[in-house]
Design a protein around this ligand. Structure first.
Ligand code: MN
Ligand code: MN
Length: 269
């Protein structure tokens, strides 16, 4: 399906108040933009879109979050403004708590929606360290509010009993790394929103995360998952990159590469 009316905007969400361990993801949008706007990066994506030439690709700047307590309303309102203007969002977190308000807004515009969630963690805790909006909880809130028709998780390698109960309760399709590779390709019926936690990728490729969990996906495997989405990719977030934990800008360059490939895919959707 080609619809050239919409634009795809990069939106920074420099917010990490709901990090359950180390702070730092609030620094990610500027670190990723530094690579995107630096001289070394090639503007071409593998699917044949050159972001530097595309008039449909723009930078919408950062969400200004005045008060941490009202992050949900503030992110949701900013997202709403852009979506109502026929813009689709590629958001840069921030910790993973930002996906919930983004999806609250997305749901109003996409009555049928599948979430493809790439992560080492299922992020389905009902509450974590007393915080129901922790970065360990966003998909429990998403499922309670019915913000998608289907949640497919890939890269998972940290399940415990509580999360297995949540997976059963919410009928989540949680595909664990211990069973990787997939025996059949992922097939979607509805438009897809991609929520990409950088720690889904193996820390050998992406050391700049707060929760390193070895045994993850390779960069190539994640790019292929993105390229192979068979329905329109209508929105995405790339979260949990922590520049304080990075080594020689490896992870900021990886995140910038993922921005390119996700943007290219969205522009072709
Ligand atoms: Mn994670
Ligand atoms: Mn996560």
């Amino acid at each position: 399906m080609t619809n050239n009316n919409f634009k795809v905007a990069l939106l920074g969400v420099p917010f990490d108040d709901n990090s359950s361990f180390e702070r730092g993801p609030a620094l990610a949008p500027s670190a990723i933009r530094e690579v995107l706007n630096g001289g070394s990066l090639n503007g071409s994506t593998e699917l044949g879109v050159n972001l530097r030439d595309s008039k449909r690709w723009l930078d919408a700047g950062d969400v200004k979050i005045a008060k941490a307590e009202s992050f949900i309303v503030e992110i949701e309102q900013c997202c709403e403004q852009l979506l109502s203007n026929n813009t689709r969002l590629l958001s840069l977190g921030g910790d993973h708590s930002i996906s919930y308000p983004l999806l609250k807004s997305y749901r109003k515009y996409f009555p049928k929606l599948t979430i493809l969630h790439i992560d080492a963690h299922s992020d389905l805790y009902d509450s974590f360290k007393g915080n129901r909006y922790s970065n360990a909880c966003p998909f429990a809130r998403v499922m309670e509010d019915g913000l998608c028709d289907r949640l497919v998780q890939v890269g998972i390698r940290t399940l415990n009993f509580h999360q297995e109960q949540q997976i059963a309760k919410f009928e989540v399709e949680s595909l664990e790394m211990r069973h990787w590779p997939l025996t059949e390709p992922l097939v979607f019926e509805h438009p897809v929103y991609l929520s990409l936690d950088i720690d889904g990728i193996d820390p050998a490729f992406a050391p700049g995360v707060s929760h390193r969990e070895p045994g993850g996906l390779s960069t190539r495997e994640v790019i292929n998952l993105i390229h192979n989405i068979n329905t329109p990719l209508v929105g995405a977030d790339i979260v949990e990159f922590n520049p304080n934990k990075d080594i020689d800008a490896m992870t900021s360059q990886l995140a910038a590469k993922l921005v390119k490939e996700v943007a290219g895919k969205m522009l072709l959707s």
